[in-house]
Design a protein around this ligand. Structure first.
Ligand code: GLA
Length: 404
């Protein structure tokens, strides 16, 4: 059903049916599906785009909870689909330099794909994005134990992290765009973490082709929090080819070097003179197989870059990505101190994704904005501890474009 639709330059598409369709979220699945189909067909037949958000069923989670998909469209025809399961960006369609639209994120066509086994395609990751060494940390004198789901460490929030829960989801329309706001209460002791954590994540698509992600959380006991989104990008188009030809820039003078289990050593490593220097735009494949111990440990790039901020607070650019054959670009801005650049080194062709695409080695890349890995055990890193009375608030922006 349509939840919100704004007339564009006098074209009052579906305006008369708005009131009837905008009201209830309890319509039967069949109705929602019919509405979705109707809107999609009408939109396809029209040359005028309007920004809209509509919801439809997307199957049922293993615990019986219904899952929905929210389709956000802007006036330029950029369209993204967000799932209430895992807050997953399931698809993102955007034009190339000639106006050809393609889906630029990896994922699955149906919920079963995500439930069966997904390497966090498009998902919100929490409570703790990235690794915590040996699944242990000590906070205020008490030691907490987490699942070792990436031996010998804990990865991305544990066995059932925020990528595998069904979030409560409500669509919205505001002056800044159309979106969906997701909320989830993670109980005290969830996956071993202390405190009841109330998390809220909103996705907004605006008419500048930006997806703005706001993360928020509060707690009733001190706990580590490090939320991120784990979209796998391929600006050539989902499943088309590997990402080695993408040209990347990351304004960072240092990375966080890791040991062979991808846990930080606690130091910073200057990128100057190494294959990790992306301060000038460089093809990802140019140096990825260099003889550098950090590339051996990561099986490619799988590291946190420490974003150069000087004295800037707030949003700064974390990455610029360009795919030369299509001209598509992605700019990422964040309030976070780091960005994990991961080149899909664990993709091995065993995952069959959307439209039967086989996701082979390095067919997608992730740029996960967050705090540094293993921060609860690293006294030199900025704190990730959220305490009662504080509000965790971070923002990351994905801005899509195309250049000639
Ligand atoms: C993150 C990690 C990688 C890998 C992927 C998921 O990006 O840094 O090592 O675990 O998630 O496969």
């Amino acid at each position: 059903m349509i939840v919100a639709r704004r007339p564009l330059r006098g074209a009052f598409l579906f305006a008369s049916s708005l009131a009837a369709l905008a009201c209830s979220r309890t319509s039967a699945d069949a109705n929602a599906k019919a509405d979705s189909t109707k809107v999609a067909a009408a939109a396809a037949a029209s040359t005028v785009h309007a920004d809209s958000v509509w919801r439809a069923p997307f199957g049922t989670a293993p615990d019986g909870t219904p899952v929905e998909v929210f389709t956000l469209t802007n006036k330029n025809g950029v369209e993204t689909r967000i799932l209430s399961y895992g807050g997953i960006i399931q698809s993102l369609k955007t034009p190339d330099r000639s106006g050809n639209v393609d889906d630029v994120v990896l994922g699955f066509d149906d919920l079963a794909g995500y439930v069966k086994s997904s390497p966090y395609f498009g998902a919100i990751v929490g409570r703790y994005g990235n690794r915590i060494a040996r699944g242990r940390f000590t906070l205020d004198g008490k030691t907490y134990t987490l699942a070792i789901n990436n031996p010998p460490n804990s990865l991305h929030g544990g066995v059932k992290g925020f990528d595998k829960v069904v979030w409560h989801a409500e669509p919205f329309k505001s002056d800044s765009g159309v979106g969906v706001v997701l909320t989830h209460t993670s109980p005290d002791g969830d996956e071993g973490f202390p405190g009841t954590l109330n998390a809220k994540v909103s996705y907004t698509l605006d008419d500048s082709n930006q997806i703005v992600i706001h993360y928020e959380a509060t707690t009733d006991k001190a706990t580590p929090v490090n939320l991120t989104n784990h979209t796998y990008w391929n600006l050539a188009g989902d499943g088309k080819r590997d990402i080695l030809g993408h040209v990347l820039a990351i304004p960072a003078s240092a990375i966080i070097p890791v040991d062979s289990t991808l846990i930080p050593t606690g130091e910073m490593m200057k990128v100057a003179g190494t294959p990790f220097d992306f301060r000038e735009p460089t093809p990802i494949g140019a140096r990825i197989d260099s003889n550098h111990i950090q590339l051996k440990y990561g099986r490619g790039y799988d590291h946190t870059w420490v974003i150069d901020r000087a004295d800037q607070t707030g949003l700064v650019r974390a990455a610029h990505l360009r795919e030369p054959t299509t001209g598509r670009t992605l700019d990422i801005y964040t309030t976070e101190p780091g960005v994990q650049f991961y080149t899909g080194n664990f993709l091995d062709g065993s995952v069959v994704g959307k439209s039967g695409h086989v996701y082979k080695y390095r067919y997608g890349l992730a740029l996960e904005t967050h705090h540094f890995p293993d921060s609860p055990n690293q006294p030199k890193f900025p704190s990730v501890i959220l305490r009662p009375g504080q509000v965790y608030k971070t923002t990351t922006v994905f801005k899509l474009g195309a250049v000639h």
